[in-house]
Design a protein around this ligand. Sequence first.
Ligand code: B12
Length: 351
Amino acid sequence: MSSETTPEKLPALQQAYLDAMLAGSGRAADRVVEGALDAQLTPQRIYLDLFQPTAYAIGRLWQRNQVSVAQEHLATAIIERQMGELHPLFRPQRERGRTIVIGCVPDEWHRVGARMVADFFEAAGWAVHYLGAAVPTRDLVAITRETGADLVGVSAQMLFNLPRVDELVRALDAAGLAGIPVIAGGMPFSEQPGLAAALNVRGSGADAAAALAVAEQVLAGPVTAHPAAPGLAAAALERLRERLVHEATARCLAAGDSGEALIRAGFGYTTKMLLAALTAGAPELLDGQVAWGNERQPHDGVTPAQMLARLTHYAAALHTLMPGPEGATAAAYADRLVALQRQAMAARLGP
Ligand code: B12
């Protein structure tokens, strides 16, 4: 939100709201929202300037092991309750005569952002069908058809869910609904605006206000082209994923590493990340993941040196199992993970 419209009280309200959340007090959080309404903050600004930054702050604190999962769940539950209470204030002044279907891709459990976007569209007079978390692709396609939607909005917060966005566009296409534009949002899209084009969606936005702006742009633009064919390297990796996880885990265990189930789960996650980056054709998406892993994983009992050893075995297994040009592309992405991990460790040690 623009700084000239930011009331002086906002930083104090933000701090009080975060404090209320850390104390786990819904009542204290209610008092902050009441104070914000008294200070003439619109409900839209309460969403974007209080709820959203606080959720991000709680996420960073969890990542650093400074708040528990329970504290995060409590804070999220308070935000969702308050959104429901503010919802009547999103009643539109006039009808826009447009319909949006919005929800999260399969396996995506972060629904608060999509719900915020839904409320912004409602206030702008759209007919809104908000479906919440983890919506099966075929059901999203079906409701798009049934409602005669003008636009589909999807949320993908986790990098590993990006291939699901691409799949949705293809599923709409296969159902004869290619003319209905898709817009997308979530952390990867906020960090990399170029992702939208790579995943065949028509636009993206970093917050609910941007979502509304991009929707109007998309509707004013030309009808979409058919999506490009899925990447060969991603398709080849998808076919190999189980063998790859098995082979990489076996190599770690043979080298003396222990905790088979955790190693296997970790490689499952790494493979999903690689698939997402390959689908988007964007190796740089992996960089943030490695940085995130170095901050979070020591709290889960995995040292940076262990991460490096595991990633090295993983890359070696991929080189062995995926020869040929597609293999070379996928292996280059895996090698990037190893190089990034080395860099992260060197940066930690200093010059
Ligand atoms: C609450 C929360 C959860 C809750 C969500 C519950 C719920 N009811 O939604 C639960 C417990 C389920 C959860 C689970 C996980 N989480 Co979580 N979670 C969060 C947290 C703290 C807040 C999310 C939130 O509400 N944000 C506030 C909303 C308003 O912001 P937003 O989603 O970005 O939405 C805005 C924009 O993105 C945009 N937008 C969103 N959707 C759309 C759609 C369209 C069409 C458009 C145009 C725009 C748009 O507009 C929105 C509104 O302005 C975040 C921290 C963060 N940075 O977001 C971590 C975070 C996202 N989670 C994280 C992780 C790691 C996980 C787990 C893997 C943890 C685990 N080990 O199980 C799982 C994954 C689950 C899954 N498969 O989805 C990490 C991701 C790290 C990374 N780099 O990938 C984060 C960043 C925390 C952290 N700092 O480490 N999480």
